[in-house]
Write a protein that binds this ligand. Sequence first.
Ligand SMILES: Cc1ncc(C[n+]2csc(CCOP(=O)(O)OP(=O)(O)O)c2C)c(N)n1
Ligand SMILES: CC(=O)[C@@H](O)[C@H](O)COP(=O)(O)O
Ligand SMILES: [Mg+2]
Length: 632
Amino acid sequence: MNLETIQDPGFMKQYNDKELKALGEDIRAFLIEKLSVTGGHLGPNLGVVELTLTLHQLYDTPKDKLIWDVGHQSYVHKILTGRADRFDSLRQYQGLCGFPKRSESEHDVWETGHSSTSLSAAEGMALANQLKGGDSKVAAIIGDGALTGGMALEALNHIGHEQTDLTIILNDNEMSISPNVGALHSMLGRIRTAGTYRRTKEDVDHMLRRIPAFGSKLASYADRMKDSMKQMVLSGMFFEELGFTYLGPVDGHDLDDLHANIKYARDTNGPVIVHVLSKKGKGYTPAENDAKGTWHGLGPYKIESGEVIKKPAAAPAYSAVFSNTLQKIAEMDPRLVAVTAAMSGGTKLDTFAEKFPDRMFDVGIAEQHATTMSGALATQGMKPVFGVYSTFLQRGYDQLVHDVCRQNLNVLFGIDRAGLVGADGETHQGVFDIAYLRHLPNMKILMPKDENELQHMLYSAFHNDDGPTAVRYPRGNGLGVEMDEEFQLIPYGKWEIVREGTDCTILSFGTMLPIVEEAAAVLSERGTSVRIVNARSAKPLDDEMLEELAEEGKPVLTVEEAALKGSFGSAVLEYMADHEHDSLSVRRMGIADYYVEHGSVPELYEELGLTSEKVVEKVMAMTSKERTNIRG
Ligand SMILES: Cc1ncc(C[n+]2csc(CCOP(=O)(O)OP(=O)(O)O)c2C)c(N)n1
Ligand SMILES: CC(=O)[C@@H](O)[C@H](O)COP(=O)(O)O
Ligand SMILES: [Mg+2]
């Protein structure tokens, strides 16, 4: 079938199994082919083909509501709701979003990208429906990884209490990005086994009862024994005890099994959880055999061989420098403990865990728990390092305030994906952490200009015993600079002049330095002499340098890859105002007050005006204005 002719799911409502199977095969082939060029979350989507087909047969969207969690597995849903023709632009600038997007389609009723929000959203929509006397059906599709997120358990608690009519499809493929972790995961594993156990039980029952004379006595005795075992292993009781009807485990690739159970759930009063067992990467061998999470989300690949096409990297990934530096420190200092919230691959803490298995804790998708636990580790003299994406640390904000900063605990936050991340788009850009950290008393915020300075910053922060420090670094690879053999201590609040100049000073924060240096070279050719400062801490600032700049009186420009409101440039403005340097001209470049969607980072730099050309323009305006002022 030509999937690009699909307008909406109406066409498949009456499809029989054979037609659905054929459609499923077309969808798998389409995904494998398209994503081999664009990249994306192939594994998760291959795992939900039959499930999504069944949902769109049984639910009449957009009247009925389907909510996808984490949302990276919504490509099949997007194909069935008329967007197959946009897949060549998947996760590209002004192209198809990799997560549900309400502006893209009326069938996308809730936007996700951060994990574990679907149950709360489903409850909200179901309660609204109830209050309005509507007849919409609501279903949330949540993965076994996302179920480990605290929000999901908060919602289960409330939904079970309210007894709201809604269905939760638990898509259990035993994987988070990498293999799932935690007691919930083990419990689900027991259910998977119990599922097999239950089928065996029925077979045994049938066999026993066929024994003449005492067979039925034997069977009922065996039943009693089996039931106590069932209670023990059939942990669907966990959900039943919370007030849910538990159905499962259901074969996530068997259309009949799915249809019967999800239809039953849809038409049952009260909350129902359907435990679906699926295979991540189903239908494409390299993805099916993926034990590490390579095929969770990836770039282009060769379909036949499954070879992932990697661009030759001239420099190490910042995440690798982070992990390698921690390993070097951990060899010298037994107090170092690494923590991740289900991102061991992305943060490269998986390589740390290979060397120090007892000193790396993956807590699941639980940033709140990770933050507070790290604080408590510090109270006991350990030196915890929480490796976390900027955007995901937002999930642990109160724990940052209430537990870590207020108690001034020695936690080092390795904030990865700081700045624009690109293809994951607005839910993942790491552009708010300076703003959400800077106003917290006791927090320090550092960002290196390159990978060599990153190792020194991590080393310096690790040896700082004056409370929490955030060392932030971007997604992707470094600049290819030489790495010092020996660690150096970088004093907090001491910036570095990397180029002398007399007409204007640019305070470059973190990754902006190459763009600023390029602009300075152009400005120099035009006769404007620019001083460049590697302003490597947003808190504390370099007060001494700021006083000198104020004294000198030349224009100052701050440049950062972060939200302008509340980040580094704001800190400089605040400083100058608070110290009554009212005549100094300070201007800022950064990310304006909106959510930056998906695209390549260079394209997003263009959109945001974070280019050397724009820096040149800005400085020319500032200095010519300054010159005009002098001439009067
Ligand atoms: C708050 C938050 N933390 C971490 C992530 C990163 N993340 C994206 S998908 C994923 C794993 C999800 O596992 P699961 O829900 O089982 O979905 P599957 O990929 O197995 O279908 C993680 C950890 C996130 N999106 N949101
Ligand atoms: C869906 C999700 O949140 C993760 O898969 C995320 O896309 C990983 O990002 P990186 O590719 O930067 O590790
Ligand atoms: Mg999973």
